[in-house]
Design a protein around this ligand. Sequence first.
Ligand code: NAD
Length: 256
Amino acid sequence: MLSFKDRIVLITGASRGIGAAAAVKFAQAGAAGIVIHYHTQRAAAMEVASEVRRLGAASLVLAADAADQGQARALVDHTLEHFGRLDTLVANAGVWPAQDVPVTELEEAQFDRTIRTNLYGVYYLCKRAAQVFVRQRRGNIVIVGSTAGQRGEAGHSDYAASKGAISSFTKSLASELGRFNINVNCVAPGWVDTDMSAAALRTDPTELLKITEAIPLGRVASAEDVAGPILFLASDLARHITGEVLNVNGGSVLCG
Ligand code: NAD
């Protein structure tokens, strides 16, 4: 059975989208406490927290810029101060600059911002969480990557590079931390209908049709479609899985 009874879960970027859907699912699966991290949208984070509490889990709402090492570290430390433990980290926060920019035009400032949020942000969090997990000889990390990291994405080389690095970061941590009973896995979504992809999915029906036709299952994922696999990888059902990059893309990109 998939159960998170007694577990404390920290989810970054949980005020909306995939992170918010995961927070609700962890609460439904019996998690004892859920840390809902947000960047700027406090009101939305508070709504997720109230839904989580309605489902019977304790909640803690924390703000941080994940791209700042001190703030990322404080997220883990405040979780420990409040709940006394941390069992699962879901490193989900990320940015996808929506506009297509060819590499010939790509400004260093954008490249830097994307890598800083999507890669450094994950490194900061995983480093601090791993210190805690190694001490307690137990822990679970799920990182949200992307199909872009597996096959590249024209016009989004900054994003694809950041997510490609996430796959190898996941595998490195898995081989390094396995002996401490720590699982590290990655979920790699294709198109997901969230605020991040709204410019591509919600403005032009022709573009949406083109995207949908390239997906064998014939639909764009919902945030819940991605949250389920995150829970699976964080659960005891997946206790012998580590270093995995799990495709959640409707069959559009079939590689590990
Ligand atoms: P979203 O934009 O709704 O969520 C992203 C979250 O990350 C937001 O809560 C945002 O506040 C947070 N965030 C961004 N920059 C931050 C920063 N500097 N510090 C702290 N938090 C920050 O989009 P989503 O689709 O829910 O994205 C979640 C994850 O899924 C991301 O890592 C994204 O790259 C990945 N993903 C999304 C899609 C898609 O099509 N939506 C596809 C593949 C992968």
